[in-house]
Design a protein around this ligand. Sequence first.
Ligand code: NDP
Length: 287
Amino acid sequence: MGEKIDVKSLVKKRKKELKQQIDTLKIFGIKPKLAVILASDDEASKVYVANKRKMCEEVGIEQEEYILDKNTTTEDVVKLVEKLNNDKTVNGILVQLPLYKHLDMDEILDSISDKKDVDGFHPLTLGKLFIGEHETFISCTPKGIMTILDSIGTDYVGKHAVIVGRSRIVGKPISQLLLKRGATVTICHSKTPDISVFTKTADILVAAVGKAHIIKKDMIKPGAIVVDVGINRVDGKLQGDVDTEGALEVCSKITPVPGGVGLTTVLSLLENVVQAARMQSDTNKMI
Ligand code: NDP
C-alpha cells in the first residue's frame, strides 16, 4: 500500500525558511518585489492572483498588481511589461494566463526580460533550461515537482521517468529536469497509441494531461512514485489525472489532488522572485 506525500507540511516548512531568507535580504537593503499583470476576466485567474498575493504577504515579498480591462491591446500590455522591465524596484514579472482572447500571448511573454521571467515561460529561459545552464529560472510547476521528489529522497539515476503530457509549462520542462538528474525519460502525448505500454514501466510517473483519472491502477508499475499534476473539476470537486485511491494499491508514493503540486507551484514562484532579487543585486546592474 502506497502513501500520499505530505506536500502541505513540506510547503509550510519551505515558506518558513524562505521568510527567514527574505528577512536577511532586507537587512542588506534587498526587498524582493513581484509585479503581477492580470489581463483577463477569468474567475479562476482572479483566485490564483489573490492566492499569490496572500503567499507573497506571508513570506514578506512585496507585490503590485496591474488589473487591465477588456479594451487593453497587446501593445498596451507590452508597454507595461517594458516599463516594469526597466523598473529597478521590480524583481519579477508575472503575466497571469490565460489572457483576453484578443491578446497575443507569445508577443507579451516574449517581451518580459529574461532577468525577471519568474514564471520561466520566456523562450530564452526555456532554452537555457534545455541546455542545462544553472543561472536561469525554472518554471514553477516543474520546479515544484522536483522539490517534492527531492524531499522524499528520490533516486533518479538510471530510473525510468515517464511523463504524460508535453506542454510548454509542464511536460517539456519536467522532462529536461529529470533527464539532467540521470533518469531515462519517455514523454507520452495524445498521439501515443497506448500510453499504458510506457506508464507500466515507469519508476517515476508524472501525469500532466488535464483528463480526470486517465491513469488507472493497472497502468502503474508496483512501487512507482507518482506525481499527479492534473487539476480537473468534476461535479464541483477537484480531481487529478490519476485515480488516487486505485494508484495507492500499487505505487509507493503519490502526490494528492488537491493539496499537492498546486502548492509547490506557488512556492516555486516565491523562490524564483527571491532568486531574481539575488541575481539582480549580485550583478548590480543587470537591468
Ligand atoms: P495542456 O493542455 O497544455 O497539455 C496537455 C498535454 O496532455 C498535451 O501534451 C496533450 O498532448 C496531452 N494529452 C491530452 N490527451 C491525452 C491523452 N488521451 N493521452 C496522452 N496525452 C494526452 O495542459 P497543461 O500541461 O497546461 O496542464 C495539464 C494539467 O495540469 C491540467 O489539468 C492543468 O490544469 C494542470 N496544471 C496544474 C498545475 C499545478 O500547479 N498543479 C500547473 C499547470 C497545469 P498533445 O500535445 O498531443 O495535445
